[in-house]
Design a protein around this ligand. Sequence first.
Ligand SMILES: [Zn+2]
Length: 230
Amino acid sequence: MAWVSDYKPNNGWAPTWSREIRGGALAEHRDHLIDLLNSANLGSNADTWYWSLKNSGTLPASMVQTHWNKYLPMKVNVFMRRAMLNRLPTKTNIDLKGVDVESTLCSICDDHQEDSVHLFFKCDTALQLWSCVGRCLEEVIPTFHHLNDMLSWIDNQRVLCFKREIIDTISTTLIWVLYTYQNDVVFGGNSYKKVLLFDSVVSFSFNWFCYGNSKSKINYSAWLYDLLMN
Ligand SMILES: [Zn+2]
């Protein structure tokens, strides 16, 4: 067995063996292993999973975690599906497709590379919105590095199923509002005011949840601010 730490940039591979290999079949296996290791290309990118059964190396769409919230409009669920497959036209994705973009910096903060993780979880505006949700839930929202992290966090909430559905609706709406705000900034729509983004999250999620749930007796004043704290 060899570890990445056995590779020295100047000397190549030098695995340490549990005992000295003097020859025979073991030496043949060792040489074969070294040949295999030498054919590997160690890049400087962070470690990532590679799906070797597909030429692109990416996980097939059918194996990406699915997410469907029955209260949300079809367009929001479809948007989430695209986001989870990293198929949103963020500046980084557009640039990777070879389209000439003036800048790949975030449309909202203009300070970091614009990809979906930054837009939804790392951008200052996103952090402010998540912090508002955290205050309502009376808990610190963890740092998410992928949409799957967010969904796992929702799944692990120790609350009644119906409250988990509300948290899911609010969280997904937050992602949707951030994305539509980013679009608004890019295309100069002026439909959103930054200070009112959280209000948009509250009102959209309330409308979608209540209109999608005929049994719901929740009124607007109870939504989010009171309900989740009970
Ligand atoms: Zn940003």
